[in-house]
Design a binder for this molecule. Structure first.
Ligand code: FA5
Length: 338
């Protein structure tokens, strides 16, 4: 872990020296990009003791915010195309050359990753084409288990029949993490997921989830509820009403469903929430001992919790975007608005 990489004076000097928008974008990447200083420090957070992670996470967030602020100020000085030599202006009409920006789902993903990094979590990813072991069996869905029918699976025509599939949720990344590192583990795992599902106002066949996993000694359902509250209020503010209801997932026991009041009807019932007044954000629960046994973790020593939330549903509720297909239509009016 080399915190000297987060050198704000050096970043500010480089930003001030950038003479064009392209140079500025390069400098930004060098300091806060995935492969830049921030990316490297975030990557090495997982090597730290759990107790040291929040401090480093907060340092990363403070550094990122200060660099972004300096970049925005420099962008304003340079203008959209950088300083220009006096020349003949051949621009037609008043259409400027707009800059692109991150998609709303990516913005939401990054915002949530930052919340969890500041809680000491690592960010991990897994493959979208999965095998049956990671997507189902290690998660305590044995072959023929009726709960498999809850996830309308799209199979890939590879290898043995029905052994390779497009992952139906981000939970297989939990298995990959637990197979590859010993506890304590605190991780979030965002990514794209696929289901052979009928599209409606809040369901899509391709969507994103963000998974959370914590494995340590002595974790309880109270830790899970507190973590959910922290991240939901960080994204939505404290105003929304939420509820946890008993539910079932083969890989958690007890399991719960987390929902917040439908913002489209204020809880009175509408098309988007199927007249229930609530929109489910995700499922959660305490890791089932069978899952620990499948990955070689001793359930007598460790406990853990996990959750998996639909990513699109968060900006849907924060900004009142519906139906969910709006996120995938690529209508430039939607893209440029958020
Ligand atoms: C799961 O996918 C579990 N893996 C969640 C979980 C993780 C439970 C860890 C316990 C521990 P579920 O099928 O309910 O659960 O999906 C979770 C969330 O994904 C839903 O609440 C919803 O917000 C989102 N989601 C599910 N299907 C769709 C869909 N077709 N379109 C958009 N979002 C969806």
């Amino acid at each position: 872990m080399d915190l000297s990489e987060l050198d704000l004076d050096a970043a500010r000097a480089a930003i001030a020296a950038a003479a064009t928008a392209d140079e500025l974008a390069e400098v930004r990447k060098r300091f806060v990009g995935k492969k830049g200083a921030v990316g490297r420090v975030k990557e090495s957070i997982k090597t730290l003791d759990a107790a040291d992670r929040p401090k480093v996470g907060q340092a990363v967030n403070a550094f990122t915010a200060a660099v972004e602020e300096a970049v925005t100020a420099r962008e304003a000085e340079l203008g959209p195309t950088g300083p220009t030599e006096p020349s003949l202006d051949l621009t037609l009409g008043s259409h400027g050359r707009g800059r692109g920006h991150l998609h709303l789902v990516t913005q939401c993903q990054r915002e949530l990753e930052d919340v969890f990094v500041s809680l000491g979590y690592q960010v991990a990813e897994g493959p979208e084409v999965e095998d049956d072991w990671h997507n189902f069996e290690a998660l305590n869905f044995p072959p023929g288990h009726p709960a498999r029918a809850m996830q309308d699976t799209l199979y890939v025509d590879l290898g043995e029949p029905e052994q390779v599939l497009l992952r139906t949720h981000t939970s297989p990344v939990q298995i990959r993490l637990m197979e590859s590192q010993p506890p304590p583990i605190y991780a979030v795992m965002p990514g794209r997921t696929y289901r052979n599902e009928t599209v409606d106002a809040r369901h899509s066949a391709v969507f994103h989830q963000i998974e959370g996993l914590a494995v340590d000694r002595g974790l309880t359902f109270g830790d899970l509820a507190g973590t959910l509250e922290t991240f939901v209020s960080a994204y939505f503010g404290k105003k929304l009403k939420s509820r946890l209801l008993p539910s079932f997932f083969p890989f958690t026991e007890p399991s719960a469903e987390f929902a917040i009041t439908c913002v489209f009807c204020d809880g009175s019932g509408c098309r988007v929430c199927s007249n229930t007044g609530w929109i489910e954000l995700g499922g959660c629960g305490m890791i089932d001992p069978n899952v620990f046994l499948a990955v070689g973790i001793d359930p007598e020593v460790y406990t853990g919790f996990a959750f998996g939330f639909g990513l699109e549903r968060m900006p849907m509720l924060r900004y009142g975007v519906e139906p969910i297909k709006t996120f995938f239509d690529n209508d430039v009016r939607f893209l440029s608005r958020y």
